[in-house]
Design a protein around this ligand. Structure first.
Ligand code: IPE
Ligand code: IPE
Ligand code: MG
Length: 254
């Protein structure tokens, strides 16, 4: 029996976010160049995007490149940028065939021109799709996003569009790069690292965190199912007591 059959399709996480980590080590362990790991990582992306679309997951965010990753050696950065830009361009047909809408969060101004153009085109060409929303976090970091939000809020206050006493949690949410998406309910990080690495710090406030030793290039649908099953076994309390949650779910089903 596949793990897929054990998944409760009525309680899927609405939004899954993944820190796709371990490409470099995966390649180096095989005596290969780190870039080889990134190429294999793209194969995992294909499997996992397809797996999420098949399941009916509504939002999938993939952390592909952080603002800190710009500080890696130049050949790795250039190789990665070319790989990401080429992949996005090549996958537009498949995205459309599977009704997947592509979105991007991150500092797009830092991207080389060719990458930017291809990505903007792919976003435009998939904008009417209504199935899975695939959000690529590219040149993204949460601290960058929060600083941008604060700058725009300050400018709007100065312009008189916003008054400081109107600022609520919803206002802040509206200024984030993720304003169009619900918060992730499940966050997966591969390759045995137990940290957030500047990813969606605000949005992950109540996400269930799942860590696996599997390196990203080895991550396949069965690993995804395993993570979802693990998520489904957890009691999400949002600050309340376990008894309150049990009572609420009993009344929900009646
Ligand atoms: C994740 O794999 C991909 C990116 C950060 C771009 P890494 O390249 O971080 O691989 P490790 O963690 O060094 O093995
Ligand atoms: C996080 O991985 C960024 C991405 C997966 C794109 P890193 O490999 O950059 O994170 P650290 O440096 O190990 O924290
Ligand atoms: Mg890493």
């Amino acid at each position: 029996m596949s793990q897929l059959d054990k998944i409760d399709k009525d309680h899927l996480p609405l939004h899954i976010a993944i820190i796709m980590d371990g490409n470099g080590r995966w390649a180096q362990e095989k005596g290969e160049d780190r870039l080889f790991g990134h190429y294999q990582g793209v194969e995992s992306v294909r499997h996992i995007v397809e797996g999420c679309a098949e399941l009916g997951i509504k939002y999938l965010t993939l952390y592909a490149f952080s603002t800190e990753n710009w500080d890696r050696p130049e050949p790795e950065v250039t190789g990665l940028m070319e790989l990401l830009a080429d992949t996005i361009r090549q996958e537009v047909g498949t995205l459309n065939k599977n009704n997947i809408k592509l979105q991007l969060i991150g500092n797009i101004e830092m991207l080389p021109g060719y990458a930017r153009a291809g990505i903007e085109e792919a976003i435009e060409l998939t904008k009417n799709n209504s199935g899975l929303t695939l959000i690529i976090a590219l040149s993204y970091s949460s601290r960058w996003e929060l600083v941008e939000a604060v700058k725009t809020i300050a400018a709007d206050v100065k312009e008189g569009i916003l008054s400081p006493d109107q600022i609520s949690q919803d206002t802040l949410r509206h200024y984030l790069a993720t304003s169009a998406f619900p918060d992730p309910e499940l966050m997966i990080r591969t390759s045995g690292e137990y940290r957030i690495s500047n990813f969606l710090l605000y949005q992950l406030a109540y996400a269930e965190l799942y860590f696996t030793d599997t390196r990203w290039p080895d991550f396949r649908k069965e690993h995804l199912y395993e993570a979802i099953l693990n998520f489904q076994q957890r009691q999400r309390r949002f600050g309340k007591t376990g008894e309150q949650i049990q009572r609420e779910s009993a009344t929900d089903t009646h």
